[in-house]
Design a protein around this ligand. Sequence first.
Ligand code: ADP
Length: 248
Amino acid sequence: DTTHGRILYLEDVHVSFDGFKAINGLNLDIAPGELRCIIGPNGAGKTTMMDIITGKTRPDQGSVFFGSTIDLLRHREAEIAALGIGRKFQKPTVFEQLSVFENLELALATDKRVRHSMVFTLTGEEKDRLAEVLTTIHLASSASRQAGLLSHGQKQWLEIGMLLMQDPKLLLLDEPVAGMTDEETARTAELFLTLKGKHSLMVVEHDMSFIRAISEKVTVLCDGSVLAEGTLDEVQADERVIEVYLGR
Ligand code: ADP
């Protein structure tokens, strides 16, 4: 739902773990098609925020909306994924024994389809999407290659491709370029710029040159709430941001 100009909306969200406030009055707004980078020191609450959006963690207080009408706090984790929110954790988890193509095919193997038969046929639309995804993730010439033989960066792209097979509206990615070579990082920036517009993306990253290459707007989290928001140059010039990065 794009009518209200936002795909994701968090308002005054709070979460405590044994009395410790991990998320403390968090407000966040993501526009449809936006690519937002999230930065912040360790313990800022970045992972907990993603856990809240995906339904893994329940907030004690606050609202979390997907589009203007879907109250995510009324949905379970599996339902939230089915609504079109895909999440990628830091480490790649592909099926190493299978080919790139088979990994992408399997990404469509919902419970229902597998129950009917272990071998299922892709629809024409799905075949087209698979071909498009292969190109987007820079693996069109490696479709028959065994996933276990891919480089670290290629495995990360394949996992992003598996999420794309579900045609998600919003993608949450945790440190996607960690461990990548400079060339892989540059090609990942290219990949993300292709996705932007068609999908909304929220990317937690530490690599500032990667952030500079992909993002117009950066949100700085600290102590469970937003410390600053703006372009990378703006937040990097912000005294409070400099203090949390250098002064702790
Ligand atoms: P980040 O991803 O920005 O490093 P986290 O969201 O992982 O931050 O953590 C925020 C704070 O909440 C940290 O101080 C962390 O120790 C604490 N925390 C996170 N999850 C739990 C948990 N399940 N139990 C207790 N404390 C937690």
